[in-house]
Design a protein around this ligand. Structure first.
Ligand code: 13P
Ligand code: SF4
Length: 376
């Protein structure tokens, strides 16, 4: 999806890190309680140090909702996260994404036109009243609205299993998008097999499947993936275990099933943070997720050895777009009364997207660990 971010003025492009820090600190002090800066776990340290709250994608939106006094929510994360925050916050709150080109390549692998076409094609061969659409949080607001309107729910990597359990009380098949890997890993953890699943390729007629395959499968998994998490391979696991026979491998469920099936533990960004905290002092752990989170865990947990499962760096290039210059530019403009890069979701989309988000909340109610974050 093309989103155009204009180049920054020289004042920000050419400033030293120290000068940028001074601009951000001064603007933050001036804006006070009117400003709330959210930092996703994958953000760089130069940005994260300014965050008022850190968390996973969903929890940050909830934290924004719980801060009605904040007029400006500066979301240091990616586009779908800022949209979710706009959906959940009140009209007077402006949600701002410091760089409009900070998208998510996985979220962009499914758009509402393609999903609507898939739904229509499936309605010719199966009973779509028994088909429940489930979208990962990493999706556009338009897709969340589609799901709300068609009786489904949003899920996160933390609560995917609980949401899928719910889906099978509503129907007997699931159309899961955009991440086939989260769908597959969760389905297999629930006791389903690869034979119960088919990949839906939106570029092919009827997703590249036969009518019989559509009828026989329980999971229709959208052909989408996260390129950051696809870098991890079983060879990385073997190399780590050869060097650290007692080492612990933790993988994010966006990794392929080849990795998740041999990892010691599998879970979301928040699960990974808690697993590192819970590991015994002296443990050596290899983490299969975005490098900024891994490096931060390594720095903040000196009594354990934390490494990336892939020894080569694997940053999320879109998360990486948010940096000190963009943050300073956004904040100084707010001080001057200019709200730049506001992310807004139209009222109709908001109404239906809220339905699918609210279903997720209702399903996971009473399980606060399903979506956690931390206030700084
Ligand atoms: P979380 O839902 O854990 O924040 O992860 C989002 C993401 O983009 C993972 O790649
Ligand atoms: Fe999207 Fe992958 Fe980046 Fe997460 S790590 S924001 S899924 S591209």
């Amino acid at each position: 999806m093309l989103r155009l971010q204009s180049p920054l003025p020289e004042r920000y492009r050419d400033s030293s890190p120290e000068a940028l820090d001074a601009m951000i600190a001064a603007a933050k002090a001036t804006l006070g309680q009117r400003l709330f800066i959210l930092g996703h776990h994958y953000q760089r340290d130069e940005v994260m140090k300014w965050a008022d709250a850190r968390g996973d994608s969903y929890r940050l939106s909830v934290l924004a909702q719980e801060r009605p006094e904040a007029d400006y929510i500066v979301f240091c994360g990616v586009h779908f996260m800022a949209e979710s925050a706009d959906i959940l916050t009140s009209a007077h709150q402006a949600v701002i994404l410091p760089d409009l080109n900070a998208g998510c390549s996985m979220a962009d692998m499914a758009d509402v036109e393609e999903v609507s076409e898939a739904w229509d094609a499936l309605s010719e061969v199966i009973d779509t009243d028994r088909l429940v659409p489930i979208t990962y949080m990493n999706s556009s607001a338009a897709l969340k609205a589609f799901v709300g309107e068609h009786g489904g729910a949003v899920c996160t990597s933390t609560n995917a299993r609980e949401i899928l359990d719910w889906a099978f009380t509503r129907g007997d098949k699931v159309l899961f998008f955009p991440d086939q890997h989260l769908g597959r890993n969760t389905g297999i953890a629930m006791g389903y097999t690869h034979d119960d699943m088919r990949v839906w390729n939106p570029r092919l007629e009827l997703g590249g499947l036969t009518e019989q395959e559509c009828q026989d499968s329980t999971f229709l998994l959208w052909k989408g993936h996260c390129s950051v998490h696809q870098r991890f391979t079983p060879a990385h696991v073997a190399a780590f275990r050869a060097e650290h026979p007692d080492g612990i491998v933790i993988a994010h469920p966006e990794c392929s099933h080849d990795i998740c099936s041999i990892a010691d533990q599998v879970g979301s960004t928040d699960f990974i943070i808690r697993a590192v905290e819970a590991a015994p002092v002296g443990a050596t752990m290899a983490i299969a997720t975005e490098i900024h989170l891994v490096n931060r865990l390594a720095a903040e947990t000196p009594d354990k050895t934390i490494v990336s499962l892939d020894p080569l760096v694997c940053p999320c290039s879109t998360m990486f777009r948010i940096d000190g210059p963009h943050l300073a530019w956004i904040l100084e403009n707010l001080v001057d009364g200019n709200v730049l890069n506001r992310i807004t979701v139209d009222p109709d989309t908001t109404a239906w997207a809220k339905v699918s988000l609210q279903r997720m909340l209702d399903i996971t109610q009473g399980h606060p660990e399903m979506a956690s974050g931390r206030q700084e």
